[in-house]
Design a binder for this molecule. Structure first.
Ligand code: PEP
Ligand code: MN
Length: 367
């Protein structure tokens, strides 16, 4: 089915494009919500305060959210700062509590989008209500589930509807907490040209260092918003500590981004620009692969340490080099270039394995 949609700029909330949503992963205490909101609101680019009230945690025993009291804290923060409020809902009861509290925007989380029963329960609770809703992509890369989630909410009469791209879970260890799989978001844009997509770099990156890269890429793809987790003291956050930034860090992050106008001039990129973009994308992928390769080398390092195997095994190395050179040449690469590349990669793997053997003491590594 096609979706009957209003763009974010037409939600009647005065939201600018891109809409910047920020705030803690979880509401923890009144003080934490209010302090974070006050500081985040100093940056006028931020228009919406987020905070998780009910937290779907992978394993029991972690902090599972502060519950309904947190909605009051969000309202207090709104009254003080003027920020709109947004939170995650996963059940009909969550929706009812949010509607009663007057929360401005709801979103369906990635762990809910995977389950049509849950999405339908949320949709049923939204029947006849006019509130903006965003649907995160499911944790697994299934475009049908994402689409189905949007359709169920839309069928309940919600037209102020957007999607959130938060990346996809993988078994393979990658530099990202959730692989962005940008093609999935692009496919949604192609299928639903009127659908606004908000990027969630925090859950894609899983760490602060990759946030600028993910944010910029989302803006370059013309996504209509960013949802970036922030916390007054990220290192002691009760959930997602590694990926949250301080409000000051958020401003710094936003300062470093290039916000491009979608003018006909910008859209009309010439051939050279598009080829350069292709090279940039390939370089990103190569880095991603090298990073994954190093992580596997680290695991081998741990195995060698635990089983007293020597780091350098000459026969294995010779075998790799010969096989890989033949493969590289077959792919049109120069044999010397392949040899150089392999040497460099190998040297770095050995350096990392040495660090592991010496229990993280880089000074013990032989040159
Ligand atoms: C969140 O936004 O804090 C969250 C739980 O995200 P996701 O549903 O993307 O895992
Ligand atoms: Mn989170």
């Amino acid at each position: 089915m096609s979706l009957d949609l209003k763009r974010i700029k037409d939600w009647g909330l005065g939201l600018e494009q891109p809409m910047i949503i920020s705030g803690p992963c979880s509401a923890e205490t009144e003080e934490q919500v209010l302090t974070t909101a006050r500081d985040v609101a100093k940056d006028k680019r931020v228009s919406v305060l987020r905070a998780g009230i009910w937290k779907p945690r992978t394993r029991p025993g972690s902090f599972e959210g502060i519950g309904e009291i947190g909605l009051e804290w969000l309202n207090k923060a709104k009254a003080e700062t003027g920020l709109l409020t947004a939170t995650e809902v996963a059940t009909g009861a969550h929706v009812e509590a949010c509607l009663k509290a007057g929360i401005d925007i709801l979103w369906v989380g990635a762990r809910t989008t995977v389950n049509p029963f849950s999405v339908q329960e949320v949709a049923d609770a939204l029947q006849g209500v006019d509130i903006p809703v965003m649907v995160k992509n499911p944790i697994n890369p299934d475009i049908g589930l994402w689409q189905g989630g949007l359709e169920r909410i839309n069928k309940a009469g919600i037209t102020r509807l957007a999607a959130i791209h938060r990346g996809f879970s993988t078994y393979e260890k990658t530099p990202f907490r959730n692989l962005p799989m940008w093609d999935m978001a692009i496919e949604m844009m192609r299928k639903f040209p009127d659908l606004d997509i908000v990027n969630d770099p925090s859950h894609i990156a899983g760490n602060r260092d990759l946030l600028p890269y993910v944010c910029q890429k989302a803006l370059d793809l013309n996504m209509e918003g960013l949802m970036i987790e922030s916390h007054m003291a990220p290192s002691v956050a009760w959930s997602d500590a590694a990926q949250q930034v301080t409000p000051a860090g958020l401003s710094q992050l936003l300062d470093g981004l290039t916000f491009r106008q979608e003018t006909s001039e910008a859209a009309d990129t010439n051939k050279l620009d598009s080829l350069r973009k292709e090279i940039d994308d390939l370089d990103d992928e190569i880095f991603q692969k090298i990073s994954s390769r190093m992580k596997v080398a680290d695991q081998i390092g741990e195995y060698k340490r635990d089983n007293s195997v020597t780091i350098l095994q000459v026969d294995r190395w010779e075998e790799i080099v010969n096989k890989r050179i033949a493969l590289g040449v077959a792919m049109g690469l120069d044999a010397d270039f392949v040899k150089h590349y392999l040497k460099l990669i190998h040297k770095e793997s050995i350096r990392r394995q040495n660090v592991i053997m010496n229990d993280g003491q880089p000074e013990l590594v032989g040159k």
